[in-house]
Unconditional design. Structure first.
Length: 41
């Protein structure tokens, strides 16, 4: 039972980290797109 709980917890942590990385990379891409379109030179 403890192994099952630990496995579920690790899977949830991996999913959470993956979602966090996806959101951060998407936000960085959005910032780059907005900066390039505005074109502050």
């Amino acid at each position: 039972m403890t192994k099952f709980n630990y496995k579920n917890f690790s899977i949830m942590m991996v999913l959470f980290l993956f979602i966090l990385i996806m959101i951060s990379s998407f936000a960085a891409a959005e910032i780059e797109i907005s900066n390039s379109t505005v074109g502050w030179y």
